[in-house]
Design a protein around this ligand. Structure first.
Ligand code: USQ
Length: 390
């Protein structure tokens, strides 16, 4: 298949491209290096070294014996998106090219607007390019479990049957996001659903949990590393906790730490995204997949990292609850469905402690870099402090 990965230079994009080429697909990628640039702007960097794209592409070719055809450009530019579709004529396209950080979207109005435009406009461009140029393409769009929020009832997988005043209907499960970033994903889902109704586009909308990990089955060589962020803006919970332990910093559950989220390893994320490709929805179908392995509380993850780090190194990592910079429930019910990917063949690796052990070993080799980034690890971006125009 001809597969186009938008956002191929990112954490998931680069790992996914390797999986796809190994599976025998023709892989095309696009990126404008937004993440590299914005990560530098908050004084941070990927802990695992990632070379410039020119070097990455050479190493990719040397390792896999096949090229990744790369296009540099901005997916919020409709002309760039249309040209890509005309040149590549993809059978499937992954949209991983959105601004992906909740804290980044909460820094202030400028970043909130940038996130809105980047994410919503890029998805609109994708919808129209698909409709005008290649209406049979399978769109695999990365959404987030955070679209649903944390309601006090079970969370369905996209749609649910509801009875109200004696009448029944199947409706989209309510979305109630917790950052401007997460809301952009809700808007995207609404737009994709409507595009499907208008033009019968074939769409998989992936509600993905928090991804963790330093490698995948493909990434066995440091020249193939994907990025790994640990700062307060671009790093995510479990990745940060492991890096904090390695750097001798306190592990930081926010607030009470009883908030729960769905988590999955990078390896599982790539496998699920590959299953979505290999088992596509029917013609004209819009489907939603809740993509995560298990849900955990932040406290449970912090304690597990502390324990595994202790077993592996004999050193003690400290846990320090810090004031929650976010506006979110810290104690809540959480029970999302996640059956569909399993029905399609997803077998979770299911070894959280083993994954954490591997991450600790990988990061120990880059301990200096973790130490260098110490200044940008503690949370500074306050949800309620988000400034407008000064
Ligand atoms: N958290 C801590 N301590 C930290 C960092 C985070 O307690 O040092 C807590 C947060 O308060 C939150 C939870 O961990 O309750 C998850 O935060 P996160 O930063 O790991 O993840 P989040 O901001 O929700 O976003 C990440 C990705 C995003 C993806 C999302 C999936 O950046 O792209 O969509 O995970 S989900 O969380 O399911 O919506």
């Amino acid at each position: 298949m001809k597969v186009l990965v938008l956002g191929v230079d990112g954490y998931i994009g680069w790992a996914l491209a390797q999986k796809l080429v190994k599976k025998g697909h023709e892989v095309y990628g696009a990126d404008n290096f937004f993440t590299r640039k914005r990560v530098r702007e908050v004084g941070s960097d990927s802990v695992l070294p990632i070379p410039p794209i020119s070097r990455r592409l050479l190493d990719f070719r040397a390792h896999y014996g096949k090229s990744l055809v790369f296009y540099r450009g901005n997916v919020t530019n409709p002309k760039f998106m249309y040209d890509l579709f005309r040149k590549v004529k993809p059978d499937a396209v992954y949209h991983l090219a959105e601004q992906r950080s909740a804290p980044y979207s909460m820094i202030g109005l400028k970043q909130a607007n940038e996130t809105m435009v980047n994410n919503i406009v890029s998805t609109m461009n994708l919808i129209y390019a698909a409709k005008d140029i290649n209406p049979d393409v399978h769109i695999i769009k990365l959404g987030t479990m955070g679209e649903y929020g944390t309601p006090n009832i079970d969370i369905a997988e996209g749609f649910f049957e509801v009875e109200f005043r004696g009448r029944r209907d199947t409706l989209p499960f309510p979305r109630n996001a917790g950052s401007w970033y997460h809301w952009t994903k809700v808007h995207d889902s609404n737009n994709l659903m409507f595009a499907n109704r208008l033009w019968n586009l074939r769409i998989t909308d992936v509600m993905q949990g928090v991804v963790y990990g330093t490698s995948t089955a493909e990434i066995k060589d440091s020249r193939l590393f994907t990025r790994f962020d640990i700062d307060e803006v671009w790093g995510t919970a479990l990745n940060r906790f492991v890096a904090q332990a390695v750097a001798g910093l306190p592990i930081t559950p926010y607030g009470k730490g009883n908030q729960k989220r769905g988590f999955l390893s990078l390896e599982d994320s790539i496998n699920c995204l590959n299953i979505a490709l290999e088992k596509p929805p029917g013609d004209g179908e819009y489907r939603v997949l809740n993509q995560f392995d298990q849900y955990y509380s932040v406290n449970f993850l912090a304690e597990t990292v502390r324990d595994v780090y202790g077993e592996l190194t004999g050193n003690e990592a400290k846990i320090e609850h810090v004031r929650n910079p976010r506006v979110e429930s810290e104690d809540h019910y959480y029970n999302p469905d996640h059956a569909k990917l399993r029905e399609l063949g997803y077998k979770p690796s299911g070894d959280l402690r083993g994954d954490i052990r591997n991450m600790i070993s990988d990061l120990m080799e880059h301990k200096e870099k973790c130490l260098l980034l110490r200044k940008v690890v503690m949370p500074k971006t306050l949800w309620r402090g988000s400034p407008g125009v000064s």
